[in-house]
Design a protein around this ligand. Structure first.
Ligand code: LLP
Length: 458
């Protein structure tokens, strides 16, 4: 397993993150446990800040909170002087509660409800990214009723297909997101938005996909967006002043992944915009935004699990089952995502076996890793999977009524819980038993027993 950020190994042969022995972390906080490396989070924020906010005139970085959203994380992003991208009122609520500057919040999403739009406007979010015709109408009406005129950008489809998994491609024409340049719908929408009284059209936005490694994909997107910006400006009769190129910057999950530095992305994007806009005699935008999520939090997260059952099927495979799985990390099941692992309590032991890591959910598809090399593994070992900072906790579920793990943030030998582990009470918190299910046979409390023959079998 590649060592990320502050990862080291101590004299006991234990994995150490942020100066904390991971075996001790599990003893103290239980497992599974998400561990976020605060120093690496800050380092990632700063690399984007330096490249895009300090390095580009008008550059802006909005952390895509969907990747990992909780109060402490959004607080940290705000402390590091990043804006925040939200896609729901829940994310917006978290950002506001974390003290984020509303004027630096972008509100994205393909189906903002009237309540969400009202909530965003009440809280004066900086920009709303309009996704479709329905939204143009809705935002104009609601903003009008509130006497507001929010800044809006249009989400457009540049028609780029980034090299990534199909489900996480969002830039191609046949997609639920945005309006396409090539069908003419994007231009039509811009005319409509410009004509609306209760919105101030300031620019265009796109997002070409996630986990993208090619600088050229972003440069090409910047060129297409710039050329459309110039075309749209000519058509509208004024220069659109803002452009937003979304997120998607790839991170290292396993050998062969080759992340590009924010500085390289920034340079390629800026040069492509300059080249294309000057060709069209269009001024550079006053604001050039990006929305990285994964690249801020991905490699800063590690999940610690305790090994339970181990089963070897002779001549077939060894299954090593851990105390988490698709509930805390649905990405392998959803996207065939691949990860690296280590045994956090046996860091100096040589790899000896090949085994597959199974989750504990009642589903054959709940496998976190296939055929991984590892040292001799025993029940009770601590198995660590790296690069789980993005889209793990934020996509976690309670499938099989498994409680969501705690998240701790570590730095300088100190660990702070930033999300508490769920309890049994949390699991049933929203459950209600209607009166008529409580009482059986008049007014006598009866313990529910299923008649023989009706016991569900799987
Ligand atoms: N901006 C927009 C408009 C987006 O749709 C997304 C991601 C981002 C920014 C942030 O992208 P990032 O920098 O994190 O790649 N659940 C999937 C990823 C879905 C990404 C959706 N949109 C996964 O686990 O890989």
């Amino acid at each position: 397993m590649k060592r990320h950020g502050t990862m080291t190994v101590n004299e006991d042969g234990h994995l150490v993150i942020g100066g904390c022995d991971t075996v001790d972390l599990v003893k103290e906080f239980g497992s599974p446990l998400y561990v976020m490396d605060e120093d690496l989070l800050r380092q990632n924020c700063r690399a984007f800040h330096k490249a895009f906010i300090e390095g580009i005139p008008g550059g802006e970085v909005a952390y895509a909170s969907k990747a990992f959203c909780c109060l402490a994380m959004l607080r940290l992003a705000a402390q590091e002087d990043l804006g925040i991208d939200v896609v729901s009122s829940g994310e917006l609520y978290t950002a506001l509660a974390a003290g984020a500057d509303p004027s630096r919040i972008d509100f994205n999403g393909n189906n903002k409800t009237p309540d969400e739009i009202r909530y965003a406007l009440e809280n004066r979010v900086g920009r709303i990214i309009v996704d479709n015709f329905t939204e143009i109408q809705l935002i104009d009406e609601i903003a009008g009723s509130m006497g507001l005129r929010p800044m809006v950008l249009l989400r457009v489809q540049p028609g780029i297909e980034a090299h990534t998994h199909e489900y996480i491609q969002t830039g191609k024409i046949d997609s639920k997101f945005g309006l396409s340049i090539s069908t003419g719908q994007a231009m039509e929408a811009l005319h409509l938005m410009h004509a609306k009284e209760h919105m101030e059209l300031v620019g265009i936005q796109c997002h070409i996909g996630s986990q993208v490694f090619e600088v050229e994909s972003f440069a090409q997107t910047a060129r297409i967006m710039a050329s459309f910006m110039a075309y749209a400006s000519d058509n509208l009769g004024f220069h659109l002043p803002e452009i937003n190129l979304g997120g998607g910057f790839g991170v290292y999950y396993r050998e062969g992944d080759t992340p590009v530095t924010p500085a390289d992305f920034a340079k390629a994007i800026y040069e492509a915009l300059q080249e294309e806009l000057s060709r069209h005699n269009h001024p550079m935008p006053r604001r050039i935004s990006i929305e990285p999520g994964r690249a801020i939090v991905g490699n800063a997260g590690t999940t610690l699990y305790t090994v339970g059952s181990i089963k070897t099927i002779p001549r077939v495979r060894t299954y090593v089952a851990i105390d988490g799985g698709m509930g805390d990390n649905p990405r392998p099941a959803l996207y065939q995502a691949k990860y690296e692992m280590c045994l956090a309590n046996k860091m100096t032991a040589a790899n000896q076996i090949v085994a597959s890591v199974a989750g504990k959910c009642c589903e054959s598809g709940d496998m976190l890793l296939w055929d991984a090399s590892m040292p001799w593994v025993e029940t009770g070992d601590i198995l660590a999977i790296s690069t789980t900072g993005a889209y793990n906790y934020s996509m976690a579920s309670n499938y099989n009524r498994i409680a969501k793990p705690a998240v701790v943030m570590v730095s300088g030998g100190k660990a702070h819980i930033i999300v508490k582990r769920e309890t049994f009470e949390d699991i049933v918190r929203n459950d209600l038993i209607p009166e008529h299910l409580l009482w059986d046979h008049g007014h006598q409390w009866q313990k529910l027993t299923l008649p023989k023959g009706q016991v569900p079998v799987d």
